[in-house]
Design a binder for this molecule. Structure first.
Ligand SMILES: [Zn+2]
Length: 399
């Protein structure tokens, strides 16, 4: 199952690569000039190669760990300790192993490839600090989740499917509320300076009845040349975050157009509308975990004495792979529909031209692909392609 999954991904990647040879759609031909497009193609090729090598290394290591029953061996080695301590040690050990395997590839990607194409602005110190902070956050999160899952399934049996789903939903809401404090672990945020941009954003908020708590600028330029922006918060009390790269290089009208799109998501209540599907996904995940937990042979086949929660959740992730792909297809489809709605709203409100200009610039500065293979879009794209979005925006603006 694990290998089929990897082979399938490699196949889609290959299709996507061959699709690059096709002519670009008319409406995105001006994103890159001839030289820039050559640069984009060679950037793509280089990152694909490093991705491929990293994938092969991770497949070989995973297969080795599984055939040699390494998970069970490590659990047995700490078997005399308290069960909570055992899980903490094993989860930390595997997170550290992941980091050690991934680090050389991450380093090469950032300081060789991205550096060569002018995308990187990170220093080695920032890179090392990010890796260390990331490791700590990963250990804390996965340890917390596995302990919750273990306690609930041991106490409540299959009822835990519903309880775990509810707790995950609560965690997702909390993360949405504290996303900026969480990001402060990695970034600094300053209030947006007074001026044209702030006036335009506040006017936009007022127009759509959105109460903004604050507008902040994130120091993204410490790591990258690309830009991003988002608005967060529950209900109408939003915090707007803009990357400094965006504020420094884009016009106030372009940025306002991006937020007309963002506010449309709030207006149409897209998060709430995708909630039933998110709940369904979580139920499927925990139900599959329950199935693995109810068949102890699945764990004992890999050297365990009985059911092991850490290993079972890994295994259930692999077993439901085909179902996960199907759920991704549906989830991405819902998301792309919402993106079209938000674009159309911005276009009808008169922001179409500036939105198109911002989207083209964002694609170009991150060396993004402008003609992905349709299967790639169906499987992995939460947003329509640039060309599809421009078409739809033009159409909506004409309405
Ligand atoms: Zn959107």
């Amino acid at each position: 199952m694990y290998l089929t999954n990897k082979a399938f991904n490699a196949f889609v990647d290959y299709l996507n690569k061959s699709y690059l040879k096709k002519d670009l759609p008319d409406n995105v031909r001006d994103v890159y000039n001839e030289d820039e497009y050559k640069k984009f193609l060679s950037y793509r090729e280089e990152s694909r190669h490093i991705g491929l090598i990293s994938n092969i290394v991770s497949i070989v290591i995973t297969l080795l760990l599984l055939t040699l029953n390494v998970h069970a061996l490590i659990f047995n080695a700490v078997g005399s300790l308290n069960v909570y301590v055992q899980y903490l040690i094993v989860i930390s050990a595997f997170a550290l192993l992941d980091l050690i395997i991934g680090l050389p590839f991450g380093y090469y990607d950032t300081f060789v490839i991205e550096e060569k194409y002018g995308l990187n602005k990170s220093t080695k110190k920032t890179f090392a600090l990010d890796a260390a902070k990331g490791l700590i956050i990963e250990v804390v999160l996965s340890y917390g989740l596995i302990i919750i899952i273990m306690v609930l399934f041991s106490r409540f049996g299959n009822m835990a499917i519903i309880l775990c789903t509810l707790i995950m939903l609560a965690i997702m809401v909390v993360i949405m509320l504290i996303v900026i404090p969480l990001m402060r672990i990695f970034n600094k945020f300053e209030p947006l300076e007074e001026g044209e941009l702030k006036d335009k954003l506040l006017a936009l908020c007022a127009k759509y009845g959105i109460t903004v708590r604050k507008i902040v600028v994130k120091d993204a330029s410490r790591r990258t040349t690309t830009s991003n922006a988002f608005c967060t918060g529950i209900g109408n009390r939003k915090t707007i975050s803009l990357d400094d790269n965006l504020v420094n290089a884009y016009s106030a009208d372009e940025i306002t157009a991006v937020f007309a799109h963002e506010f449309a998501h709030a207006k149409y209540r897209h998060v709430a509308r995708s909630l039933p599907f998110s709940i369904f996904r979580l139920l499927v995940f925990f139900a599959s975990l329950a199935i693995v937990l109810n068949i102890p042979a699945l764990c004992t086949a890999f050297g365990f004495d009985g059911v092991n929660f850490f290993f079972a959740q890994m295994l259930s992730g692999v077993i439901i792979w085909p179902l996960s792909v199907l759920l991704d297809v549906i989830g991405n489809g819902i998301s792309r529909k919402h993106e079209y709605q938000a674009d159309a709203f911005a276009a009808r409100e008169g922001y179409g031209k500036d939105l198109i200009s911002a989207l083209k610039r964002l694609s170009k500065e991150s060396l993004s692909g402008v003609n992905p293979h349709p299967l790639m879009v169906i499987l992995n794209y939460s947003h329509p392609t640039l060309s599809q979005r421009i078409d739809a925006i033009d159409k909506a603006a004409g309405e």
